[in-house]
Design a protein around this ligand. Structure first.
Ligand code: AMP
Length: 224
């Protein structure tokens, strides 16, 4: 079976993480989420975390040279041999070029780039209502998926907080950064014939069904 090397593209709050988790369950591929890797580095106070934190808190991108090496090494690990789901990388044309070169050097190539198209107003409503338990990692939404007791995690009653980068003003900043720096990747991957579009305003299960159908087609095309 050919490798399944996928990128999830889209603004913050499009549901990339949710769909990546689904794809991991469907195909047993590692979910490589740059945001999670960086947040773990910040929490662990590693050198990477110390370098990344101030950019993340401000809603800016971490510089390419700080993040690219980390992700390229991760993609080369054993568990990603049969494929991977990249979530949050690449986010700039430079990062996309680096990834392309790295894959080519290893005689690998991308299977597809899945764009979850989601308008800004939907993103702002989704992210600014997001709350998370620092202890359990469980994520809630004040309107769409509220906990049983306000401000408390259903799992263990721990306090729910809003991530610094989920505050509305930071979300607006992240969207500006997305439009300026990441959106050019749509044309970039379209030119390479790799882009597939999904409607991010649909329910997570509908988006998942569409993605599955598309991957089945991509695989068939791959075998031809
Ligand atoms: P995320 O959870 O994917 O939205 O990422 C959270 C934050 O981590 C972003 O706002 C950026 O500051 C940083 N980040 C994540 N992925 C990247 C990337 N590929 N390049 C630069 N910064 C990134």
């Amino acid at each position: 079976m050919a490798e399944l090397n996928l990128i999830l593209l889209g603004p913050p709050g499009a549901g990339k993480g949710t769909q990546a988790t689904n794809l991991t369950a469907d195909f047993g591929l590692p979910h490589i989420a740059t945001g999670d890797i960086l947040r773990a580095a910040v929490a662990g106070e590693t050198e990477l975390g110390r370098e990344a934190k101030r950019y993340m808190d401000a809603g800016d991108l971490v510089p390419d040279k700080v993040i690219t090496g980390v992700i390229l090494e991760r993609v080369a690990e054993d568990d990603a041999r049969d494929g991977f789901v990249l979530d949050g990388f690449p986010r700039t044309v430079d990062q996309a070029d680096s990834l392309g070169k790295e894959l080519e050097a290893r005689e690998r190539r991308l299977t597809g780039v899945l764009l979850i198209d989601t308008p800004d107003d939907v993103v702002i409503k989704r992210i600014s209502g997001r709350r998370v338990s620092r202890k359990t990692g469980r994520i809630y939404h004040v309107d769409f998926d509220p906990p049983t007791h306000e401000g408390r995690c259903d799992v263990d009653g721990s306090e729910l907080i809003q991530r610094d980068d989920d505050r509305e003003e930071t979300v607006r900043k992240r969207l500006v950064v997305y439009h300026e720096q990441t959106e050019p990747l749509i044309a970039y991957y379209e030119d390479l014939g790799l882009l597939r579009r999904f409607d991010g305003t649909r329910s997570p299960s509908e988006v998942h069904a569409h993605i599955r159908a598309t991957i089945a087609t991509l695989r068939l095309e791959d075998e031809l």
